[in-house]
Design a protein around this ligand. Structure first.
Ligand code: SAM
Length: 302
């Protein structure tokens, strides 16, 4: 009889001794976050990035792109709800929403909770992320088949260049940049030209929120520069943040901008209905006002 065929278990260079380590000296100098791995579900190199999906012991399924945690089943709602509902409740009547990036589907899931929307378009560069999310992140990928959702597989920067030439009435009420970090395919999302394109893609009362990739405890100089860049295009810009334990240092910064000079970004313009609030686990109007700060970041670790 033949000996049983040897099966090779998937491996990944960032998983050693059963632990995934998010070690990145540029983004997180001198510190790292580690999660205990139960099973590697997927590893591949797509046309755009290194992709790893694993089952963890205490955070559920984890999605990692280019070595950086994008989401975990346990704490993803703390990110998705803040990046989605801060701009959605700042707008008095959002009908048309654009999500740039967001291939895991979590932001779409939150956006479609607002009955007032007519359409939500997701522009994702990497179809593999969407496919893997549908396979492994079942709670996050529920909205891809929603009748108001439309998915475009292309580079968000290029997509915005096309939107620049659209009729005013076709432009967006809310834009959410739910991208990965600046090293890799999302690099252009942290430059002035990107904010200019976003401004051109929004209606006059439009609201933008962007993942800042930093927080006040990590690279304050970079964050301050990014906020200055946003402010040079949107004078009404605030910093805000959310607490997500699986992002190294436990916080992630967001940048919220309005084209209206006098809109107070710390106070939601609409309040969630009882039904909407019942669907949320993290966001509420008090959290909105507490976590949307001024754009003066102070000194922290300067
Ligand atoms: N919550 C996450 C975080 O902040 O860590 C971001 C989640 S989401 C998975 C990020 C997505 O942005 C990825 O699926 C990635 O493929 C997509 N992305 C990166 N660069 C892009 C680009 N130029 N155009 C469109 N999507 C892009």
């Amino acid at each position: 009889t033949e000996p049983p065929a040897k099966t090779t278990l998937p491996r990944h260079p960032l998983i050693k001794d059963g632990w995934f380590r998010e070690i990145n000296d540029k983004c997180f100098p001198g510190q790292a976050f580690a999660i205990k791995v139960s099973e590697i579900l997927h590893t591949s190199q797509s046309d755009f990035q290194d992709i790893l999906v694993f089952q963890s012991e205490s955070y559920g399924v984890v999605l990692v792109l280019d070595g950086i945690v994008q989401c975990t089943e346990r704490d993803e709602f703390a990110y998705q709800e803040m990046i989605s509902h801060i701009p959605m409740y700042l707008h008095k009547n959002p009908k048309k929403v654009l999500v740039i990036g967001g291939g895991d589907g979590g932001v779409l899931r939150e956006v479609v909770k607002h009955d007032c929307i007519k359409s939500a378009t997701l522009v994702e560069i990497d179809k593999t992320v969407i496919e893997l999310s549908k396979k492994y992140l079942l709670e996050m990928s529920t909205a891809f088949d929603h009748p108001k959702v439309n998915v475009e597989l292309c580079d968000g920067f290029k997509y915005l260049k096309q939107v620049r030439d659209w009729e005013y009435n076709d432009k967006f009420d809310v834009i959410i940049t739910d991208s990965s970090d600046p090293e890799g395919p999302a690099e252009a999302f942290f430059q002035r030209e990107y904010f200019q394109l976003l401004q051109g893609a929004l209606k006059d009362d439009g609201i933008l929120i962007a993942q800042a990739s930093e927080n006040v405890w990590l690279d304050l100089k970079y964050l301050t520069k990014l906020i200055k860049t946003a402010k040079s295009v949107f004078p009404n810009t605030n910093y805000c943040y959310t607490m997500v334990p699986s992002y190294t240092s436990g916080q992630l910064g967001l940048i919220v901008c309005s084209k209206q000079y006098d809109l107070n970004l710390t106070i939601p313009t609409r309040l969630p209905t009882e039904n909407e609030q019942g669907l949320l686990r993290y966001y509420n109007p008090e959290i909105h006002s507490s976590f949307v700060c001024s754009s003066n970041l102070g000194k922290f670790n300067d």
